[in-house]
Design a protein around this ligand. Structure first.
Ligand SMILES: NC(=O)c1ccc[n+]([C@@H]2O[C@H](COP(=O)([O-])OP(=O)(O)OC[C@H]3O[C@@H](n4cnc5c(N)ncnc54)[C@H](OP(=O)(O)O)[C@@H]3O)[C@@H](O)[C@H]2O)c1
Length: 412
């Protein structure tokens, strides 16, 4: 059942299988946009009332923590944090997340802090600590899966706990779940995807004739960008997500540093307008195949789903045995991400088999079907980048207008 947007496990009206069952003790690491949106959802769904399946007993941010067995008042915490920028309460004290995880020994750690784009810290350490302390983990933090995938999965295997990170790619679009839970026997060959809704939004405005400066200003005014827009526009965020998609599907894992990426700069303005004149537009598209992922600016027909207005995400999954799948939907935003985290939290309650723990160790799950060792991947098909073609054009090569339109974006 769903209550106030939170998918509750089957059982009593309030949620858990037995009204007398103890709620699962949850520790929330990070109380920024996503953490607070999740806290608001849990509060609205009945957190603190008898029979509610989760009890958030501790919240920690970069400075300190509040801790209350029997459940925190999430509404009050959110209001105080939004008013003062700080966690507040009689139990407030300065401490680090890893210490608190060890001290509280929660059933579930919801990790929604940040990660350095090169080290994956502090998020990775929080997750490793949670697993070592015997907690399940639900997270939207990309760094641990784009930079330290092997380490995290080894810790999952060692701990026997479950981890769900479906919101790291695609927001509420269940792309990781689809790849890992539904498609192992289908043999996924390639995933092509628009992974950064902000860039998609900016590119669609460039295509309509707006300048980059103005399009970015509108994106900022609508709250669509990170504090530093170059994180989105430079393709960094898309590269992290491309690595996560790769690692969920293929072994051995890669890191985001190994993903070649292009990004949007003022030079793309003219390309976007030129494409528009031919009924096409430019998108920042990830291409993921076994052993290879890249992020490139490619030209697509304006009439294709790739041209979906930002901030939507778009995924095309090509399989050997089940044809081609298309998925599209809201790819980010605190509310959207919190909705996915709530679903992940609920899924820990309702499932225990490989599907329930997915995507904890998808490669192990997929092995019986795909016999990876005897399934040599096709050589990576490089994306046909408009920048690459532009470079060729500058050197006297084929002009943009002669590009092979249909082959770049297949099957629409
Ligand atoms: N926002 C989205 O649409 C979205 C979508 C998908 C994934 N994500 C990911 O979800 C995570 C949270 O996103 P967000 O938008 O909520 O970020 P945010 O608003 O910047 O919040 C980050 C939170 O993490 C806390 N934090 C930073 N360092 C910490 C540490 N060492 N220990 C404990 N807490 C720490 C911050 O503490 P202070 O409050 O003290 O600064 C803040 O509360 C990020 O990893 C992000 O990449 C976000």
């Amino acid at each position: 059942m769903v209550k106030d947007g939170i998918p509750l496990p089957p059982g009593s009206a309030a949620g858990p299988a037995s009204p007398n069952a103890s709620p699962h003790r949850v520790l929330l690491v990070g109380f920024g946009h996503v953490g607070r949106a999740l806290a608001r959802s849990l509060h609205e769904a009945g957190h603190g009332r008898p029979g509610f399946p989760w009890d958030v007993v501790a919240v920690v941010d970069s400075r300190g923590a509040v801790l209350e067995e029997g459940g925190l008042d999430l509404e009050e915490l959110v209001l105080a944090k939004e008013r003062t920028g700080r966690l507040q309460g009689p139990t407030y004290r300065r401490c680090r997340a890893s210490e608190l995880i060890a001290q509280v020994a929660p059933d579930v750690v919801v990790e929604v802090s940040v990660s350095d784009p090169h080290t994956g810290e502090p998020g990775t350490s929080h997750i490793l600590r949670a697993l070592a302390e015997g907690a399940d983990v639900v997270t939207s933090n990309k760094g641990p899966f784009a930079l330290r995938y092997r380490e995290v999965q080894e810790a999952v295997a060692r701990s026997g706990r479950r981890i769900r990170y479906g919101t790291t790619v695609g927001g509420i679009v269940p792309i990781l779940e689809t790849l890992v839970e539904r498609l192992p026997a289908a043999r996924v060959q390639e995933v092509e995807a628009v992974l950064n809704g902000t860039t998609q939004f900016v590119l669609s405005r460039l295509s309509a004739g707006e300048s980059l400066q103005s399009a970015v200003a509108v994106a900022q005014a609508r709250g669509l960008t990170e504090p530093n827009p170059s994180w989105d526009l430079g393709g960094h965020d898309a590269a992290l997500k491309a690595a996560i998609l790769h690692n969920a599907l293929f072994s051995p894992p890669i890191t985001a540093d190994e993903v070649p990426r292009e990004g949007v700069d003022a030079g793309v303005e003219a390309l976007a307008q030129e494409a528009r004149a031919q009924g096409r537009t430019i998108v920042l598209q990830a291409h993921v195949r076994a052993g290879h992922a890249e992020v490139a600016l490619v030209e697509v027909p304006l009439s294709s789903p790739w041209a979906a207005p930002g901030p939507l995400n778009v995924f095309q999954v090509t399989t050997e045995r089940a044809g081609t799948l298309l998925l599209q939907g809201p790819g980010a935003g605190a509310e959207v991400t919190a909705t996915g985290l709530a679903a992940d939290l609920a899924s820990l309650e309702t499932s225990s088999g490989p599907c329930g723990s997915v995507p904890s160790h998808p490669n192990a799950f997929a092995d019986p079907w795909t016999a990876r060792a005897s399934w040599p991947p096709a050589p990576p098909a490089r994306a046909t980048s408009v920048l690459g073609r532009q470079r060729r054009k500058i050197r006297g090569g084929a002009p943009l207008s002669t590009a092979r339109a249909a082959e770049e974006v297949r099957a629409w």
